[in-house]
Design a protein around this ligand. Structure first.
Ligand code: NAP
Ligand code: ZN
Ligand code: ZN
Length: 348
């Protein structure tokens, strides 16, 4: 076992502070990674505050992990010490159910092992995430990172990147499609970059008019202020697809009104409260309201390689780890450009 320094929330809703715990020694198929950077996802806030379900505490959040391989088990073939590597939202799954067998480990029928606030496949050992100096992960759940010059900006691809890449690919969003992206935060800014890269005409739909210039720089051709009723009315039945990244309760009917007949509104945001939708928002136009959860391991690798080939990284604010509680407060106000990333060199 190796003592590992981390930042943890001691219980639900409490501030995060320094904590240490034991990581396992790498087994034959394990990769040990010295964590260099970890992105800060809004899911970290939801889970630290028990907004989704009762969490496992102390909780070390963080599932946008990049670092350098420091040790490998005797049977590891994909990695060697010194390689750059990444870990996303999953560290294991049953590997035998139909979902796992088709590369959809995020939907594992026997319960996957999330990177934190979860259990290893033994169902008793808690998992701890990337707000820590080091992690040990099975090589099958470790991702290859080719980008060497901008490692910190790669980290958010491991969740914000794959969570938007996967639905855009699943629904084959691209040339000839009008795509609306709701919410310009971590997920939203990746949806804009990826949607534009796939050839879609992207419109940013935001509650923050001050973000318009940035949205355009990220690749949006148009900008809609969702607080302006006239602008919303003008976009009636406009979009083939809307990807909704909003983290708090909001009016789904309003956004569905902007979807074309036969169009799809894809929810990736996870507001804690149940959503309410009028039946006529869907049936008046044969519209679909869909959801999507991160992506499988093979698709996460495909996304990382795509981003490397197309020189896509995240726009980040690099922070020391002792800024994390303030970073959470700023994210809750929609004040981040556009992902906080923790520099783990600041943890000692
Ligand atoms: P974030 O960086 O905090 O961005 C959320 C954005 O939503 C804000 O910047 C804001 O953008 C907008 N927003 C916030 N409150 C709003 C409201 N009441 N009405 C309308 N818009 C509002 O969060 P994130 O890290 O991108 O995560 C977004 C959500 O996705 C979270 O719920 C997270 O848990 C979830 N998530 C899901 C998955 C998945 O697999 N499905 C994966 C990761 C995260 P504007 O200022 O532009 O309005
Ligand atoms: Zn996340
Ligand atoms: Zn499974």
């Amino acid at each position: 076992m190796t003592k590992t320094l981390a930042y943890a929330a001691p219980e639900a809703g409490r501030h995060l502070g320094k904590w240490s715990f034991e990581r396992r020694e790498p087994g034959p198929h394990d990769v040990q990674i010295d964590i260099k950077f970890c992105g800060v996802c809004h899911s970290d806030i939801h889970q630290v505050r028990d907004e989704w379900s009762k969490g496992i505490f102390p909780m070390v959040p963080g599932h946008e992990i990049v670092g350098i391989v420091s040790k490998v088990g005797s049977a590891v073939t994909k990695f060697k010490p010194g390689d750059f590597a990444g870990v996303g939202c999953l560290v294991d799954s049953c590997r035998t159910c139909p979902s796992c067998k088709s590369g959809l480990e995020q939907f594992c029928e026997n319960g996957n092992s999330g990177t934190y606030n979860s259990y290893e496949q033994d169902k008793i050992t808690p998992t701890y995430g990337g707000y820590s100096k080091m992690i040990v992960v099975h090589e099958d759940f470790t991702l290859r990172v080719l980008e060497k010059n901008n490692l910190a900006a790669v980290a958010p691809l491991l969740c914000a990147g794959i969570t938007t890449y996967s639905p855009l690919r699943h629904w084959k969003v691209g040339k000839g499609h009008k795509l609306g992206v709701v919410g310009l935060g971590g997920l939203g800014h990746m949806a804009v970059k990826l949607g534009a890269s796939f050839g879609a005409e992207v419109t940013m739909i935001s509650t923050s008019p001050s973000k318009e210039a940035d949205a355009r720089k990220l690749g949006a051709q148009y900008f809609l202020n969702s607080k302006d009723a006239e602008q919303i009315k003008g976009a009636k039945r406009h979009f083939d697809f809307i990807i909704d990244t909003v983290s708090a309760s909001h009016d789904y009917d309003m956004y569905l009104g902007m979807v074309k007949p036969d169009g799809v509104m894809i929810c990736v945001g996870g507001p804690p409260e149940p959503i309410s939708v009028k039946g006529f928002s869907l049936i008046g136009g044969r519209k679909s309201l869909a959801g999507s959860l991160i992506g499988g391991i093979a698709e996460t690798q495909e996304m990382l390689d795509y981003c490397f080939d197309h020189q896509i990284v995240s726009d980040i604010e690099l922070i020391p780890i002792n800024y994390i509680n303030e970073a959470y407060e700023r994210m809750l106000k929609g004040d981040v450009k556009y992902r906080f990333v923790i520099d783990l060199a600041t943890l000692s």
